[in-house]
Design a protein around this ligand. Structure first.
Ligand SMILES: [Zn+2]
Length: 134
């Protein structure tokens, strides 16, 4: 076994150990929190993985255009490769706020919408289109 192989195995085991629990749409955001500091007003959207079905459908063009201009945060907190095609990588999160709620989505949400027909919840679409504050 060469050094690279053993490092790769170690890294895979580490990832498995610290695997984040899945976040359903509009459930409290838990990514990298491991059960700590969960705020019920911070909601996750678009945290898709290959093991769970997700909502598909058309979304308004205006929604996608506004989402692309929304503020990005948490750069380099980690990265995600697209679990469906492996052809895109996200390394930050998109934050959208409305009144007392904050929505956090992976950068890849745009890729999921454009390439994998993902349709986020209508509540999120409305917030992005109508009245989000950065
Ligand atoms: Zn993809």
């Amino acid at each position: 076994m060469n050094k690279f192989t053993s490092f790769k195995n170690w890294a895979e085991e580490e990832q498995e150990e610290f695997k984040n629990p899945p976040i359903e749409d509009l459930e409290p955001y838990t990514y990298n929190l491991f059960g700590r500091n969960i705020n019920k007003n911070i909601l996750g959207v678009g945290w898709l993985d290959e093991n769970r079905p997700y909502n598909k459908g058309e979304v308004p063009i205006a929604f996608i255009e506004k989402l692309k201009k929304a503020k990005k945060i948490n750069h380099t907190k980690g990265w995600h490769d697209c679990p469906f095609c492996g052809k895109a990588r996200g390394s930050c999160e998109i934050i959208v706020r409305n009144n007392n709620k904050t929505y956090l989505a992976p950068e890849l949400i745009i890729h999921y919408i454009e390439n994998h027909n993902y349709a986020p919840p209508q509540e999120y679409i409305n917030v992005v289109i109508n009245n989000y504050e950065n």
